[in-house]
Ligand binder design. Structure first.
Ligand code: ZN
Length: 76
């Protein structure tokens, strides 16, 4: 959805995101460990209400990704 700019459910293109916009609320971040939080960028389709989430691009740094690799488990 982020890259295609099209909703995978309804093929709609009326999509909005909070990426790069300061956020508040319960669904803003992932706790990676006790000291590290990564903000989430949400994409919403205004046609059907589908929501897709990604790591906010400013948190896609090698340092943050390494913390995920260290603290989470790979999907095998
Ligand atoms: Zn949709």
């Amino acid at each position: 959805m982020k890259d295609s700019k099209q909703c995978p459910r309804c093929q709609g293109t009326d999509i909005y995101t909070d990426e790069g916009i300061s956020k508040r609320g319960d669904r803003v971040g992932l706790g990676v460990d006790s000291w590290t939080q990564i903000f989430i960028a949400t994409y919403v389709c205004l046609s059907c209400g589908f929501i897709d989430e990604y790591i906010d691009k400013e948190f896609m740094t090698e340092k943050k990704l390494e913390k995920i690799r260290k603290n989470w488990r790979p999907l095998t």
